[in-house]
Design a protein around this ligand. Sequence first.
Ligand code: F0G
Length: 464
Amino acid sequence: MSFHPRTVIEPFRIKTVEPIRHTSREEREAALEAAGYNLFLLKAEDVLIDLLTDSGTGAMSSAQWGGMLQGDESYAGAKSFFRFEAAVKEITGFKHVIPTHQGRAAERILFGSALKEGDVVPNNTHFDTTRANVEFRGATALDIPIAEGRVPGLIHPFKGNIDLPALERNLSENPGRVPLAMITVTNNSGGGQPVSMANIRAASELCRRHGVPFFLDACRFAENAWFIKLREPGYAGKTPLQIAQEMFSYADGCTMSAKKDGLANIGGFLALNDDDLAGRCKNLLILTEGFPTYGGLAGYDLEAIAVGLHEVVDEDYLRYRIRSVEYLGEKLTACDVPIVQPTGGHAIYIDAKAMLPHIPQSEYPAWALSLVLYLEGGVRSVEIGSVMFGRQPDGSEKPSAMELVRLAFPRRVYTQSHVDYLAEVLLYVNGLKERIRGVRIVDAPPALRHFSARMAPAHGELIA
Ligand code: F0G
């Protein structure tokens, strides 16, 4: 007999701390008004638990900080680049590794080199910057997740899967107009849901048959690999690294934000096999990001990413990471708070349409809920709904398929008692849900409006 603990602990101890600050409800009310009822415009110091994003907000390890001291800041051919390149190649196997300052820079450079007006890019679900970068080229960003992926309460092991018949149709109907197809792992905008290996493999085969390059948006590749290990037959005995390597083996390239599963505070990369496309990408990189051995990053950033890519596939880390999200999900589900099921990799997504059926989509229920979570508990989340996705390229409004509030977990930052506090806030707000009122847009830019829109309560107050 040996001891088998049920508690999944944080697999680290804390060596540096950053205080967080309690505020009063009155202070938060004033902060919301000053921020134009947009959580992106708050001062971070006025937030108690910040779940706005898991991007660039993680805690680095002592090995990463130590690695940063080894940063080689040579303009060209720095040692740090080669360490970074080796780490990326070990996982992805791609021939060309192009560092960028973050994920969207990799997207802009890939799409700027591969897309032309009138093209179509299929994806399970484009993240907002990915969509904006496709549309900026005059191309169409087509979201084709499986039907189950659009039903928040439905349990399915791989809700992030791409709809293979829809992909096939699209490839057949648009010959010469699909310069590449993508799958986002995990599917962030669709609830942080994983994509199965079988789905990646099948999508890759379809693309190959049509001569279309297949890319992964790999921001959360390690979390996706962990779900494959847990849920897909045949993978339980493989390591997350082996699973990730197989995922990448089916692709021709990837875009990556190292601010997520690179465990770094900044950075990203574009990696691919095609020599000609890589050459064009590097030329564009030099124009705006920098020389191809640093791509807008410092040598020390490349070091932090190289170490982070190694740490992120650690099994104890991934077990703790996915379990923390699931733990909050279980507490909410037990009290009938509607969330995207099953819980995904990096975040809890509250189904605001189901929770607040009295608020029409034209009054942005998920946005309203995110404001109330801040007002009552000092928690910052993000709307993934009709403020983020409702405005069409032609200027018209179309309600988003889902109205979600995402509570994204920074990596290695919060502990179980923070999660217990979160559950308390969410259950308290759930108790007053009938009184939550909608919001309206006062002023917003035409693209990526959620970042800077000024909003206001539609009926004078947030809570009746
Ligand atoms: N792709 C996905 C799936 C993402 O989640 C993100 C960023 C990007 C691309 C762009 O990467 O921020 O480094 O330029 N997602 C963050 C989020 C911002 O909050 O989900 P970036």
